[in-house]
Ligand binder design. Structure first.
Ligand code: NAD
Length: 491
């Protein structure tokens, strides 16, 4: 791989504190996954910068939290409009930073970031208060919902702006001020977003962005005594560490973590539609969506047909530089991650599996510029036991295991044989079977005969090692506010 030089750097990211961009003396390199070259420098923020950001958010809290929901919504909607007007620039930057095809960032990530801002600005004010009258006691009860304070938001690298705004929008509309720390691997669109905030005259200090590593930057934020609420999305290992570090401080905590999601394919399903969707579910964003499918259980009568169609579909996938409009898979996000995913393909072989497709990457006829990128082909493994490493561990890349099953009871038990519980999909034309299996799967979301259809009003989150808490209009309102009951005697 070519040694990166400063000449390659195209973006310098600065911390955004109290409405001002502040350079940091210490910086980290951020690589373009398509080429393996440095393309951005980001702050390596210490506790000092985090303290400054929290102090700014704390100062801004009284003013922001006293605004009406309508006033806060007006600010958020202005940001949404401005972000939308820069959609193409954001899509190109997200692709460059993360590795996803530009078309995917253009049609999914950035539009969803705009939707996050608009949805929560409009929806949350409609879910506010409850009240009751108790005539026998001569009282009226009502609740108010109050913002919690300075919210610490920690987000991962797979859907950078999409997930950052999924936290920012509800935190802000509820009246909290924010210090956010995006992933050190994908900080560029967060930086561009701060420019949007500035251009939208968003009140200074309400949103602060600090960049850097999980430790020290993230750790300083989540353990800060003036940050009473943390929303985290990332790996289960980091979520566990944050839970442990913050438990004695009794912070409000939302954890969205890893997954090892199953698809259950019954022999009476529409096989072609199922294969087309499971191809997306397995390989979109290079398999780096927490909701991606990585274990496919296929009922034995259609097992061979499914495998044939699925492997053909996987082989047809075009892998290459993410600027190509016909490219379905760009590079993985980082060299370390590519190496991890490839290590799992070797584990698959060691554990007795067969690599049906994905081996023998010929570097895809890449031009010289892209030879250092982190590419791999979509990989399908068969013949693994349910307790093998590829069937149990979250790989978070374009690797899917396909195994046969016989009965409904058996497949429910086997699909539930996982420490994770984020989501699953069920494929059958029998509504009764779909409902029964959906009810029996120990996960936060089940899609039947579809995948990744999302309604922001619906609760999102995982069970077991996949998460703690839910996000949605109602759930986010409850998380980002404290309810207070006021009981008033009518005198
Ligand atoms: P990660 O846990 O390595 O990092 C996530 C974020 O946490 C980063 O910003 C990182 O800097 C920060 N961090 C790391 N250590 C920290 C610490 N000690 N204190 C505070 N912050 C710390 O995860 P990742 O590799 O960026 O993301 C991939 C993971 O995210 C996968 O496991 C994936 O399943 C999961 N994910 C889950 C969801 C969901 O909604 N459940 C969505 C997207 C991704």
């Amino acid at each position: 791989m070519q040694t990166p030089t400063m000449i390659d750097v195209e973006v310098v990211v600065d911390n955004f504190i109290a409405g001002t961009f502040l350079p940091c003396k210490r910086t980290l390199d951020s690589f373009d996954p398509a080429t393996g070259k440095i393309w951005a420098k980001i702050p390596d923020s210490s506790k000092l910068e985090v303290d400054a950001a929290v102090a700014a958010a704390k100062r801004a809290f009284p003013g922001w939290s006293k605004l009406s929901y309508q006033q806060r919504a007006k600010h958020l909607l202005k940001v949404a409009d401005l972000l939308e007007s820069r959609l193409e620039a954001f899509a190109v930057a997200e692709s460059r930073d993360q590795g996803k095809p530009v078309w995917l960032a253009r049609t999914m990530d950035i539009p969803r970031a705009v939707l996050n801002l608009r949805h929560f600005a409009h929806a949350i004010p409609h879910h506010l208060n409850t009240s009751s009258v108790q005539p026998e006691a001569g009282v009226v009860n009502y609740t108010t919902r109050e913002p919690v304070g300075v919210a610490g938001l920690i987000s991962p690298w797979n859907l950078p702006l999409y997930l950052l705004t999924f936290k920012l929008a509800p935190a802000l509309i509820c009246g909290n001020t924010v210090v956010a720390k995006p992933s050190e691997l994908t900080s560029v669109t967060a930086h561009m977003f701060c420019k949007v905030l500035q251009d939208a005259d968003f009140p200074a200090g309400v949103v602060n962005m600090v960049y850097g590593l999980g430790n020290p930057t993230g750790e300083a934020l989540v353990t800060h005594p003036d940050v009473p609420i943390i929303s985290f999305t990332g790996s289960t290992a980091t979520g566990g560490r944050i839970a442990q570090a913050t438990a004695p401080m009794f912070k409000k905590l939302s954890l969205e973590m890893g997954g090892k999601n199953a698809a259950v394919v019954f022999s009476d399903c529409d096989l072609e539609a199922c294969v087309a969707t499971l191809k997306r579910a397995s390989f979109i964003n290079q398999g780096q969506v927490c909701l991606c499918t990585s274990r496919i259980f296929v009922q034995r009568p259609v097992y061979e047909d499914f495998l044939h169609l699925f492997v053909d579909a996987a082989k047809e996938i075009k892998v290459g530089p993410p600027t190509g409009e016909d490219v379905f898979m760009g590079p993985l996000n980082s060299k370390a991650h590519l190496e991890k995913v490839q290590r799992y393909v070797h584990y698959g072989v060691e554990d007795g599996g067969t690599i049906v497709c994905g081996e023998g990457v010929d570097l895809l006829h890449l031009t010289e510029d892209y030879k250092g990128g982190y590419y791999m082909r979509p990989t399908v493994i068969t013949g693994l036991s349910d307790d093998s490493r590829c069937m149990q561990d979250e790989i978070f890349g374009p690797v899917t295991c396909v195994v046969p099953f016989d009965t409904e009871e058996e497949v429910v038990e086997r699909a539930n044989n996982s420490s994770y519980g984020l989501c699953a999909s069920v494929w059958t034309s029998n509504v009764g079977v779909a409902h029964r299996v959906a009810q029996s799967l120990k996960v936060g979301t089940v899609w039947t005969n579809c995948w990744l259809v999302r309604d922001l009003d619906m609760p999102f989150g995982g069970v077991k090692n996949s998460g703690l808490g839910r996000e949605s209009t109602q759930d986010s309102l409850e998380f980002y506010t404290e309810a207070k009951t006021i009981c008033t005697k009518i005198v």
